[in-house]
Design a protein around this ligand. Structure first.
Ligand code: SAM
Length: 326
């Protein structure tokens, strides 16, 4: 089939199925071959890789992913798109579409199921997943290897690639991080301002809890800026493709991740307040103002300091000191 990156092909498919774009699902489909090629290049996909795609839409990026990767699993919430994907991806036998909300999907389980080097037929038996009709019709195959007592097979390198639905960019990324999805990299199209926040440094206006979470788990770098005309329909905002190279070990030592994240959350939920006040006032944090003041002193920081100037390393040290204060 002719590639969907050609706008007239996308239009033809949309009209053939009478598809209505749904704003609430953030549906802006890519129609720019050069941008699609840049995404594939940035993601550094190899023929060894399992790619998880979030929100395939009508399959525009998926076509490119299927050509570059060993296996692609695409998770799409909108069931109206499933029959369309059946047609647009018909010639790729290495793609599985799962009709599910990605925020509810168990990605670790999906990776175990589809990431096996030997597991080309691992589509078996995903009763709950409402795969495309073609996928659902497959016979059960190599399930239960672990149950039978054999060693867990090695898994393919995992890369997450997506033109994300912008309304849930942060929850999707935070979910990937917090569940420790074993991906080598995440390459995503996001709103330009969000990409700027991800790589912002301490003391700048864009710096916040997203910057700290992203930089704790990964090394972010913006690949390319993308104008509204590269999408159908055109969004009101500019976009950026950003790659996050996931660290095997975070760059700073954190003794209690939950406390670390909660301290950051509290620090930026009241951005203009001093850290002593914002942490002391947060009901979900078991720390007093006196403990925060003492920890800041130990770090050589003034008692009046605000969270927005602390580096990742200083937040890690603060969390470790406060964690030990109990
Ligand atoms: N990948 C396609 C492309 O580049 O043309 C479509 C990208 S579009 C910006 C976002 C896609 O994510 C849409 O297909 C939308 O239906 C889907 N989506 C929105 N919310 C989702 C969710 N919670 N889980 C899975 N997919 C979702």
């Amino acid at each position: 089939m002719e590639k969907l990156s050609n706008p007239s092909k996308t239009r033809e498919i949309i009209e053939k199925y009478g598809f209505d774009f749904r704003k609430r699902f953030g549906q802006n489909f890519l129609v720019d071959a050069r941008v699609l090629e840049r995404i594939i290049e940035a993601a550094q996909i190899t023929k060894e890789d399992l790619v998880i795609e979030i929100g395939p839409g009508i399959g525009t990026l998926t076509q490119y992913l299927a050509e570059a990767a060993a296996k692609v699993v695409s998770i799409e919430i909108d069931r109206n798109l499933i029959p369309i994907l059946g047609e647009t991806l018909a010639e790729y036998d290495n793609v599985t579409v799962i009709n599910q909300d990605v925020l509810k999907a168990d990605l670790n389980e999906i990776i175990r199921e589809y990431g096996r080097f030997s597991g080309e037929g691992a589509d078996a038996g995903r009763e709950a997943s409402s795969c495309s009709e073609e996928e659902g019709a497959r016979e059960p195959s190599a399930r239960g290897t672990e149950d039978s007592g054999r060693e867990t097979p090695a898994l393919r390198p995992v890369r997450i690639v997506a033109n994300l639905p912008y309304y849930i960019t942060t929850p999707i990324l935070m979910g990937l991080f917090e569940k420790h999805i074993p991906a080598k990299s995440i390459t995503v199209m996001v709103q330009k301002e969000v990409a700027d926040r991800m790589q912002a440094q301490a003391g700048t206006k864009d710096y916040g809890s997203l910057s700290l979470a992203v930089q704790y788990y990964s090394r972010p770098h913006v690949e390319v800026e993308v104008p509204p005309r590269s999408f159908m329909p055109r969004p009101k905002v500019s976009s950026s493709v950003i790659s996050l190279d996931i660290y095997e070990t975070p760059p700073v030592k954190v003794e209690n991740e939950e406390l670390f994240h909660n301290i950051i959350r509290a620090a930026f939920s009241q951005r203009r307040k001093t850290l002593v006040n914002s942490l002391g006032n947060a009901a979900f944090l078991p720390v007093t103002k006196e403990q925060t003041a003492a920890a800041l002193k130990a770090l050589g920081l003034p008692e009046t300091v605000r969270g927005e100037v602390l580096t990742l390393e200083q937040f890690a040290e603060l969390a470790n000191l406060l964690g030990r204060a109990h």
